[in-house]
Design a protein around this ligand. Sequence first.
Ligand SMILES: NC(=O)c1ccc[n+]([C@@H]2O[C@H](COP(=O)([O-])OP(=O)(O)OC[C@H]3O[C@@H](n4cnc5c(N)ncnc54)[C@H](OP(=O)(O)O)[C@@H]3O)[C@@H](O)[C@H]2O)c1
Length: 257
Amino acid sequence: MNTYLESLFSLDGRTAVVTGGSSGIGRGIAVALAHAGASVVIVARGEERVAQTVAELTDAGCRAAGVIGDLSTRAGIHAVADAAVEPFGEPDILVNSAGINIRPPFPEITEDDWEATMTVNALAPFLLGQRFGVGMAQRGFGRLIHISSQQAHRAFVGSGVYGVSKGAVESLMRSEAEAWGGTGVTSNTLVPGFVLTPLNARLQEDPTQIAALAARTMIGRNGLPEDFAAAAVFLAGAGSSYITGHSLFVDGGLSVH
Ligand SMILES: NC(=O)c1ccc[n+]([C@@H]2O[C@H](COP(=O)([O-])OP(=O)(O)OC[C@H]3O[C@@H](n4cnc5c(N)ncnc54)[C@H](OP(=O)(O)O)[C@@H]3O)[C@@H](O)[C@H]2O)c1
């Protein structure tokens, strides 16, 4: 890379923590940040997918490590925060991609469903960002990157408590942008459309529905994890220092309708 591009986009010397970095969008982002030079810590529950992702990255000459943790409880979130700094030190970049969408019909949503969804999707981003943001601000550089959803902006296909949690994520981003303003720490959100990942594997069994979703985009296809690579590198790097509190739609134009 030439030095001009490096000054804008290189993540050499940076450390990133990517929750949900073992699958789907998070995996696409973890791979991108690692290839852009960051040392990447991948957090998820399933050991096998974490190990596979770390092996793929280290085989490619990148620096990566895994942390097995569960973000569905408060104790689990705090344990992840402690463990995530072990491999490479305090992170400069936090990507909150771990998320769940359990989709019960609205009248059947239980308080446990609410608790589970809000804990993984909203409380974990809050607690991890608060914990790592302090050090980022002291060091004068930090990047908090969230993944929300179309359902933070509009209700469709049974948004339920998932839509609530994603609305919270975008408000959290604005609160973080305010809280860390002037410190060198920014907070931004990537807003996917419909992305082909294990999260919606059941939906993908219906080719008609998949084709209908693709037809709703301007680009004419559904999203792939690698579609998030360049946007994530941009938001993680020095070149985006004047962008904070922004929701960037990476959705093939789905939201333009
Ligand atoms: N796919 C889409 O169309 C779409 C659209 C809008 C927004 N999103 C958002 O994008 C993000 C990534 O989704 P995706 O489609 O890439 O999903 P995915 O392929 O299912 O990946 C989810 C990741 O989160 C991890 N995870 C889930 N629960 C966890 C927990 N309790 N503790 C720690 N890690 C946990 C999973 O690993 P383990 O299961 O091994 O823990 C996995 O690495 C989510 O926030 C989702 O809401 C996705």
